[in-house]
Design a protein around this ligand. Sequence first.
Ligand code: PLP
Length: 398
Amino acid sequence: MQENSQQIIEKTNHFGAHNYHPKDVVIESAEGALVWDPEGRQYYDMLSAYSALNFGHRHPEIIAAAKEQLDKVTLTSRAFHNAVLGEFFEKLCQVTGKDMVLPMNTGAEAVETALKTARRWGVEVKGVANGEQEIIVCENNFHGRTIAIISFSTDPDARINYGPYAPGFHVIPYGDAAALEAAITPNTVAFLVEPIQGEAGILMPPEGYLQQVREICTRHNVLMMADEVQTGFARTGDMFACDHEGVVPDIYILGKALGGGVMPLSAVVANRDILGIYTPGSHGSTFGGNPLACACAIKALELLVRDNYPQMAREKGEYFMAKLREINNEDILEVRGRGLLIGVEFKHSAVGYVKELIAHGVLAKETHENTIRFAPPIVISYEQMDDACNRIAQVFSK
Ligand SMILES: *Cc1c(COP(=O)(O)O)cnc(C)c1O
């Protein structure tokens, strides 16, 4: 028997742990920027799975690449070579301008990998004693959900009763280059930073911050590790959000859109003097770099360049943000963002608006209560943006 949305939601809530609080909508099928529920209602996807769907739902060329790979081999583990891993590495090195790739599956795993890389590099290259390595991070960060990562989260919900917490991290305010300089000690091995804080509510650092960070890290021989899991791969109108200030970090932490919205795939990308520290057995993942994910990523990386996704996101983002700014609502404090990563901040909770948006066929979600994130797939058409904006204006001008 075909279940309706209500029955599906009840079953999910009954049998699943409640570590999420999803909105009352069930997605049964999707294409591009559109999704449909079991009752056939249509919605615009303005969240894009937190930027994992930069290419839209089921991009036909990525799906074709996945289907072709499904008929060959899907998983080998890293005990053996697979026929597509090398090509994936080569393509990702071309897009990032770096020498080497270490593949994992989720963003959190890539962040963990970057932390391990920095700690080991600190001992073997910088000469810090093992156990003394320090890593600097920012307030309001979001880097994932593992024990080590939540140990340096400043969000009480993320840390609740998960102690003992991992040591070796030092938290400083975001966007404050002087605080970084002041926090560095001889044992500091890395600074982990999001070029724009997505989960914190699309918080953008002051202009010039990333350049200052780059300069400070270089001067103190501290690795600059950019978590571009959410901002990377064209979302902000550049290939990477660091490009906006012409900054190249030592380590790119990548995920989300890398798997083309089809497979989980993440990576740490850096030069040989950094990733060269790894030796067999010292790190790994059974599914990391599996052929099915690599086939999706190879196509995704090809599309990014061939179809100039950064330019698409820049132009569409400007158009979309201008339309949002035209909306008259005294409760709107600010419309901010870059490319197609846009936040609308209200003077009060935005939860009621989110509910109304969904009723008007627009899927969006508040981040941190007062801000609604609009981050549609980069493939969204101008016609679709116009229609979605009309619906958003209807809701916001109520
Ligand atoms: C989503 C996200 C992560 C974690 O990725 P997962 O795949 O959910 O583990 C890490 N960093 C940033 C900036 C993210 O947005």
